[in-house]
Design a protein around this ligand. Structure first.
Ligand SMILES: [Zn+2]
Length: 329
């Protein structure tokens, strides 16, 4: 009987799940909307149904589920299976998710932070394959971070390490959702890009965006800023350069601290790679303390939305005594 695992990526917008072979081939993918506004109970119910649905389908083919790995958008206390804080899942604070799931599902389940899962996915099958120590940043609505040192996720004492998006770049900077000011996330995420554009427009600067949004500037999205920048809009191009500069400052801090061989950048914002990466590299070169810091490789993530589910499975395999298990396949 062949075995498989399920990887789940539980985000504020979508729940993605995949059936994955122990060697890392994706056998099936499913994505459903999270509908977090319906509350925790409803989301957990759908999550359980989703996993059971996959198990039923593969069970009919005679395949055996050996474990589920789950990446969750939020701070996870790994040892207690507890979601301590999740900005995108309201009402999940201090929720013992593991206990709840284990009540209904009769196989091993392992929880991990979603950004850590993405980093592990890129390590297993993506851009970080050959690297032993690297960081993976997901530049999306916010910024997720995962730190891999000597082939292992650096979890910190409780499991909540890697919040690179909340390192302070400017103590007098704009407020961040986390309660601090001037965090990297305020500048280098999709939300940050929109914020910077609105600020410049409110100061009276001209942009083709004003026409596109019919002067309703709140309707401007990071995607619109990207499209306009590609069409030659100077204000939008300037914002991406600024974003790249701040990102470079954040990455230089990280590199000086950890002497990394590689930084992997993923998430929707990296579609605008050519518009910001030059400034990022310039800044790293300027601020890198040692020659090795100045040459840390910066590269794009390879796996897109598959990174989270693959990484969750990798994590589950590790916990199940994976090294030996993976070698068997
Ligand atoms: Zn913050």
């Amino acid at each position: 009987m062949s075995e498989y695992l399920i990887g789940v990526d539980l985000g504020g917008t979508n729940i993605r799940a995949a059936a994955v072979s122990p060697s890392g081939s994706i056998l099936d993918r499913i994505s459903i909307p999270t509908q977090a506004y319906q509350g925790r109970r409803a989301v957990v119910k759908r999550l359980i149904e989703l996993i059971r649905g996959i198990e039923e389908k593969f069970g009919k083919k005679g395949q055996r589920l050996v474990g589920v790995g789950m990446g969750i958008a939020g701070a996870i206390y790994l040892n207690r299976g507890l979601v301590s804080r999740s900005p995108n899942l309201e009402g999940w604070e201090n929720f013992k998710l593991m206990d709840r799931l284990q009540k209904y599902l009769d196989f091993p389940i392992f929880l991990e932070n979603d950004a850590n899962a993405i980093a592990l996915g890129e390590k297993w099958k993506g851009a970080g394959k050959k690297a032993e120590s690297f960081c993976c940043l997901t530049l999306g609505t916010g910024i997720g971070g995962g730190i891999i040192l000597n082939n292992k996720i650096w979890h910190g004492v409780d499991g909540t390490a890697g919040e690179i998006g909340h390192t302070t770049l400017d103590p007098q900077g704009p407020p961040c959702n986390c309660g601090s000011n001037g965090c990297l996330e305020i500048y280098a995420s999709a939300t940050g890009i929109k914020r910077m554009v609105l600020e410049k427009i409110r100061e009276g600067n001209k942009s083709s965006l004003l026409k596109k949004c019919q002067n309703k500037i709140e309707d401007i999205t990071a995607k619109m800023v990207y499209d306009s920048a590609k069409d030659g809009d100077e204000l939008c191009q300037g914002v991406f350069r600024e974003m790249g500069r701040y990102l470079g400052i954040g990455l230089a801090n990280l590199i000086n601290l950890l002497n990394l061989e590689l930084i992997v950048l993923g998430g929707k914002v990296t579609q605008a790679w050519n518009l910001f990466i030059g400034e990022t590299r310039k800044e790293i070169k300027k601020r890198g303390f040692t020659p090795s810091a100045k040459r840390t490789k910066i590269t794009k993530a390879k796996l897109g939305d598959d990174a989270g589910v693959l990484g969750a499975v990798y994590f589950a395999l590790e916990k199940l005594g994976g090294e030996q298990r993976r070698r068997q396949y």
